[in-house]
Design a protein around this ligand. Structure first.
Ligand code: AMP
Length: 465
């Protein structure tokens, strides 16, 4: 995965991964469907690797663009005779992030044949590991953590991929969910903190499938079995599944931002449905930060569930005050601030007849830089809102993420070192209310110490060296 080194030696990436092993299933075709379901996790590139399952040559197709751009005739994939497949959608950062050489899955040859790797997350010690390998003469063709892992695996004397992984994975520090194949099996791996999600499902008939989010299973007709444990390695092959613990997984820290914004509403993580959790966040937000208003509206799409919860709890009408143009990518994906700002206007428009003369509660899931909030409040006022009260269904983002989520340096976070009143002044809102950490956790009904809350609390489970 591409990374960008910023002030604190921070590397960034975020993606969706999937893959499975099965007899008599059109696995490449299914993987294309799974990638469609994971598209929200990355829109920069997409790719699939598939193979007959006996170690013979792996088929690969990957390129820049959306899944529909890369696989315009997905039905053609039905013709690929395969027992295994691995897929990837990539979210890129910064201007270099769009480098086509970083598209995944990465595929390469080593002494046991071929290897293909897809990765979601971010390794904190990638720079050190890479420098070590380069000193020994390794040549890298990409900026991805996948290539780093490939070099480490290839250097192991081990006979099997699992043995090699069990040896090298303890050396990786940071957040990772890998889906890997050597042409004979598919291996799923989750870091010891379980920062990034990865789940397992059964395919109809026989076979198993792995994916970053459970919504992918619904799309391919697979039946969810369980989330992988932190530090777990799971091998899918013709003998079924085999699980082992490759690193200590006692300090589980699943990313709380998955529930707040990243994951699709129809996905479940740790048994908690994302949509229901967001609606509960909205209800609790209304109790914590009530306000006299006429209507409540969400910012499509990610905060609609929270806004509906707010409206229900507050006894106010839920209205569609904003319309989203669905043909424009995520604002965040634009590499420059200027492009990001323009993106918001292109993307969202107010329904004037609804907003005009109203006191509006606008619910969003998070404020990062504040760019979106500033634009939205301007849009609302232009449409005639008499008051705009911003309600955020998560706490202020005060820390950059080191574990794979796109957040700017902390100096660029609007909430970093600023009071709520200052944030209201900067965004132009009449008032702002953020959901507290306690209420956010209560919405999920999960133990706080099993969730990574670093971006909201500034307490990092692990830090870069
Ligand atoms: P900002 O404009 O920087 O304050 O970004 C906040 C907006 O972007 C909110 O509307 C969120 O729904 C969305 N958002 C928050 N975090 C991310 C992320 N990591 N990637 C993409 N969009 C995000």
């Amino acid at each position: 995965m591409h990374y960008e080194v910023t002030g604190a030696g921070k590397l960034r990436e975020a993606c969706g991964v999937c893959g499975g092993f099965a007899e008599n299933q059109p696995l490449a075709f299914l993987t294309c469907f799974a990638l469609y379901a994971l598209q929200h996790r990355g829109q920069e590139s997409a790719g699939i690797v598939a193979g007959p399952g006996d170690g013979r040559k792996l088929w690969i197709k990957r390129s820049m663009g959306l899944v529909s751009d890369v696989f315009p005739d997905s039905a053609d994939l039905k013709g690929i005779v395969c027992k295994l497949a691995v897929g990837h959608v990539r979210y890129a950062y910064g201007s270099d992030g769009r480098d086509p050489e970083n598209t995944q899955p990465l595929k390469l040859r080593y002494r046991h044949g071929e290897l293909a790797i897809a990765h979601n997350g971010h390794l904190l010690n990638a720079i050190e590991l890479r420098a070590e390998l380069e000193k020994e003469g390794a040549i890298f063709q990409t900026d991805t953590d996948s290539e780093l892992l490939a070099h480490m695996v290839a250097r192991q004397g081990s006979e099997s991929l699992e043995e090699a992984l069990a040896q090298v994975v303890p050396r990786l520090k940071g957040a990772y969910a890998f889906v890997i194949t050597d042409g004979k099996k598919v291996v799923g791996l989750r870091d010891g903190f379980g920062f990034r999600p990865l789940s397992l499902a059964a395919l109809e008939g026989e076979g198993y499938y792995l994916a970053s989010e459970t919504c992918a299973f619904d799309t391919i007709g697979a039946t969810f079995i369980r989330d992988l444990e932190p530090g777990e390695m799971i091998v899918l092959d013709e003998n079924g599944i085999h699980s082992s613990q490759v690193v200590n997984g006692k300090c589980e820290n699943l990313c709380i931002f998955e529930y707040v914004y990243l994951a699709r509403p129809d996905s479940n993580m740790k048994g908690v449905n994302v949509h229901l959790a967001r609606r509960e966040m909205g209800r609790r937000l209304a109790r914590e930060h009530p306000v006299d208003a006429d209507i409540v509206s969400g910012v499509p799409d990610s905060s609609i569930a929270a806004a509906s919860g707010y409206a229900e709890q507050a006894g106010l009408p839920y209205e569609m005050a904003l319309v989203k143009n669905r043909y424009i990518g995520r604002t965040f994906i634009k590499p420059t601030q200027k492009m990001r700002e323009e993106g918001v206007d292109l993307k969202l428009n107010a329904v004037n007849k609804i907003v005009d003369g109203k006191r509006v509660v606008l619910v969003d899931d998070s404020i990062v830089r504040g760019t979106t909030s500033l634009k939205l409040i301007r849009i609302m006022r232009r449409a005639g809102a008499t008051e705009v009260h911003l309600r955020i269904s998560s706490p202020p983002v005060i820390g950059s993420c080191y574990y794979g989520i796109d957040t700017p340096d902390r100096e660029d976070l609007i909430a970093y070192n600023r009071s709520i009143d200052e944030i209201a002044r900067l965004t132009g809102a009449d008032s702002i209310g953020y959901l507290s950490m306690e209420e956010l956790i209560a919405s999920l009904d999960l133990p706080a110490d099993k969730l990574c809350r670093a971006c909201f609390s500034g307490d990092y489970p692990i830090l870069p060296a």
